[in-house]
Design a protein around this ligand. Structure first.
Ligand code: NAP
Length: 305
C-alpha cells in the first residue's frame, strides 16, 4: 500500500524539531497542513510547500493523521483537547500521533479521551535531537495499538530510522523517560571527562575523537562534545526541556518508589545552570557548572557565558 498523496497529514508545532520533521514528511510526498502558535514560523513552512491552518481544530478537519510535537504536558493537552484543539475538529477514524515528550499518565488519559470519540492515538516521542530531526534519522518509541502503528509507519519512516513498538499507550513515553535518564548521565559523563582532560592538560578534540569510537562513545559525546570545545552553547535541546523531562522521570520514579541517584544529581546540576540564567541554552551548558566546581576554564575565552 502506498500512503503518499492519499493520506493528508496535519502537523502541529514547528519548533526546532517540528519544522524539520514536517518538512521531511513533505519531501517524502505527503501533503502537509501545518499550524504553529507563533504564526511567523508558518511562513518558512509555506516556503517549502506546506498548507497552513488557523487552529489545531482546523488542521484536524482537513487531515487523516494529525501529528503534534509541542512542549510540555499542558501544551499537548491544550492543542489536543482544548476548545480549538485537535479533538474539536477530528472525525472518527482520525489518527492522532503525539511526538512531544510528556507524562505517560497524561498520555493514557488523552488516548482514552480520543478513543471516546473514535480517534486512535499513538504516543511516539523521539530521540536524536535537532540533527536527527533534520536528517530524518530519529529513533521513535511508539505506544498504542500495533495496527495503528502499521498504518502510519510510512510517515514515521520519513522522519526516523529506528521505529519500535514499545507497548500500549504510555509505553512510548515510558521508554522516552528511560532515554532521558541515559541522556542525562551521558551528558554528565561527557562534561566530567572534558573537565578532567582540561585540568590534566590533554587536547580536548583528540580526547573526544578517540573516545567517541570506543566503549565510552555516546550521542552526547559525539554531538555535544565538539560544540563545547567550540564554545557553542546554542540548543539543540534546551536545559529547560531537559529539566521538564527529568521532572517527568523523577515523578514516575516516585510513584515506582525507585531511587535514581544519578538522574537526581543531573537534575540538581542543571538547576544550577538555570539559576545562572542558562535555561534556554543547550543541555551541554552543564559545562559551565563543571568549570565552577573544578575551577577550570573549558569553554574557549569569550564564548558561551
Ligand atoms: P521548541 O523549539 O521550543 O518548539 C516548541 C514548539 O511547541 C513550538 O512550535 C511552540 O510554539 C509549540 N508550543 C509550545 N507550547 C505550546 C502551546 N501551549 N500551544 C501551542 N503550541 C505550543 O521545542 P523542540 O525542541 O522542537 O521540542 C518539541 C518537543 O520535542 C518537546 O516535547 C521536547 O521535549 C521534544 N524533543 C526535543 C528534542 C530536541 O533535541 N530539541 C529531542 C527530542 C524530543 P511557538 O513557536 O509559538 O513557541
Amino acid at each position: 500500500m502506498t500512503l503518499k498523496n492519499t493520506v493528508r497529514v496535519g502537523f502541529i508545532g514547528l519548533g526546532i524539531m517540528g519544522q524539520s520533521m514536517a518538512r521531511n514528511l513533505h519531501e517524502a510526498g505527503f501533503p502537509v497542513t501545518v499550524w504553529n502558535r507563533t504564526e511567523v514560523k508558518m511562513n518558512l513552512a509555506q516556503e517549502w510547500g506546506a498548507a497552513t491552518a488557523t487552529s489545531p481544530r482546523e488542521v484536524a478537519q482537513v487531515s487523516d493523521v494529525v501529528i503534534t510535537i509541542v512542549g510540555d504536558t499542558p501544551d499537548v493537552e491544550k492543542v489536543v483537547a482544548g476548545e480549538e484543539g485537535v479533538l474539536a475538529g477530528a472525525k472518527p477514524g482520525t489518527i492522532l500521533v503525539d511526538m512531544s515528550t510528556i507524562s505517560p499518565d497524561a498520555t493514557r488519559q488523552l488516548a482514552a479521551k480520543a478513543a471516546a470519540q473514535g480517534v486512535r492515538m499513538l504516543d511516539a516521542p523521539v530521540s536524536g535531537g535537532d540533527v536527527g530531526a533534520r536528517d530524518g534519522t530519529l529513533s521513535i518509541m511508539v505506544g498504542g495499538a500495533e495496527d495503528v502503528l502499521e498504518e502510519v509507519r510510512p510517515l514515521f519512516e520519513a522522519m526516523g530510522k529506528n521505529i519500535v513498538h514499545c507497548g500500549p499507550n504510555g509505553a512510548g513515553q515510558t521508554v522516552k523517560a528511560c532515554n532521558q535518564i541515559m541522556c542525562g548521565l551521558n551528558l554528565l559523563g561527557m562534561v566530567e571527562a572534558l573537565s578532567f582532560a582540561k585540568k590534566a592538560g590533554v587536547d580536548l578534540e583528540k580526547m573526544i575523537q578517540v573516545t567517541t569510537q570506543g566503549a565510552a562513545g555516546s550521542w552526547a559525546l559525539a554531538n555535544l562534545g565538539p560544540r563545547v570545545v567550540k564554545g557553542d552553547l546554542a540548543p539543540g535541546f534546551s536545559v529547560r526541556f531537559q529539566q521538564k523531562d527529568l521532572r517527568i522521570v523523577l515523578q514516575e520514579a516516585e510513584h515506582l518508589e525507585l531511587p535514581l541517584l544519578g538522574t537526581a544529581a543531573v537534575n540538581q546540576l542543571l538547576r544550577s545552570v538555570q539559576a545562572q540564567g542558562g535555561s534556554e541554552d543547550g543541555t551541554h551548558a552543564l559545562i559551565s557548572v563543571m568549570e565552577q566546581l573544578g575551577n577550570v576554564e573549558i569553554l574557549p575565552e569569550g564564548s558561551g557565558e
